[in-house]
Design a protein around this ligand. Structure first.
Ligand SMILES: Nc1ncnc2c1ncn2[C@@H]1O[C@H](COP(=O)(O)OP(=O)(O)O)[C@@H](O)[C@H]1O
Ligand SMILES: CC(C)(COP(=O)(O)O)[C@@H](O)C(=O)NCCC(=O)O
Length: 263
């Protein structure tokens, strides 16, 4: 058994390698960092003999997984940003997040060009790809923003608003964070589209993708089968697709390229 692991800043996600190939829409299992031992037990039970791991940075849980694999003679392979197949427009490629790289690889395999990968996790990242990677944006994610607000002001409750404006603290924070972030993402895509004179297919992933999508447009279809639905907004957002497994799909592309000797 070959296991794929995505270590994000908030959660660790796991998917057996075969699941990506056989059923790309199957959801991953996600755990918080302090539950890494539950994942290790699961890997042991599944007789995992090989692990491919994408880790956004050198997190203690990544080291824990590396140590466990070494101790049990399990082959562990770390995904690296490699410009051979997909070049990222970064001054220093080694700064570029491996999760962003895998998101681009997966989206490129489907759309080839003119897409924007939006990953709504601990951070919200936007990566624009025309004929090549153009560059990106990073901003604090929804959960991160809520934690900051709580730390600075003590305000922690959040509720989805039923209107544009909130009428109590929780719905006002909901209006600001859920709707506000979606507008920020939409306006950023619109600005880049206008500046580059091209439109971008939007591919959404990450723990908060549904919230971003919900307020980004009223006409978004959650991707279960890879299907998309038209969702035009100001003529700029051509299509929005939610891909919960985008990083894993990117790992699948990455591994295929390795097998073919491209990476
Ligand atoms: N069950 C959950 N546990 C924790 N966070 C969740 C959960 N469901 C959705 N979220 C949201 O997803 C965000 C983390 O998204 P994720 O894609 O896992 O991030 P990362 O890749 O940075 O670990 C959290 O900040 C939170 O807002
Ligand atoms: C931007 C990120 C923090 C997003 O991480 P995530 O929200 O998925 O945990 C991560 O991709 C990262 O640490 N990137 C390195 C910096 C960069 O891409 O420029």
């Amino acid at each position: 058994m070959h296991g794929l692991i995505d270590v994000g800043n908030t959660r660790i996600k796991y998917l057996p390698h075969a699941a990506v190939a056989l059923n790309a829409c199957q959801d991953y299992q996600a755990i918080m960092h302090d539950q890494v031992d539950v994942l290790i037990e699961h890997l042991a039970q599944q007789n995992v003999s090989k692990i491919t791991i994408a880790s956004v940075r050198a997190l203690p849980v990544t080291q824990r997984l590396i140590d466990w694999a070494a101790h049990h003679q399990i082959t562990l392979q770390r995904v690296q940003v490699n410009p051979t197949y997909l070049a990222v427009n970064y001054r220093h490629v080694d700064q570029f997040g491996v999760d962003r790289y895998l998101g681009l690889l997966a989206a490129k395999a489907v759309h080839q060009q003119n897409f924007c990968v939006v990953s709504a996790g601990s951070a919200i990242t936007l990566d624009f790809f025309g004929q090549t990677h153009l560059g990106g944006m990073i901003l604090p994610g929804i959960g991160t923003s809520l934690s900051c607000l709580q730390e600075k002001t003590g305000l922690a409750s959040i509720r989805e608003p039923d209107a544009l404006l909130g009428n109590d603290t929780a719905s006002s924070i909901g209006a600001g964070i859920y709707q506000g972030y979606s507008r920020l993402v939409a306006a950023s895509i619109a600005d880049v589209s206008a500046a580059y004179q091209q439109s971008f297919q939007v591919v959404l992933t990450g723990g908060d993708a549904d919230y971003i999508a919900k307020y980004l447009t009223n006409d978004t279809t959650k991707d279960a089968t890879g299907a998309t639905k038209d969702a035009t907004k100001g003529g700029l957002l051509a299509k929005v697709t939610i891909k919960p497994n985008l990083v894993f799909e990117g790992m699948h592309v990455y591994l295929s390229m390795m097998e073919n000797g491209a990476v």
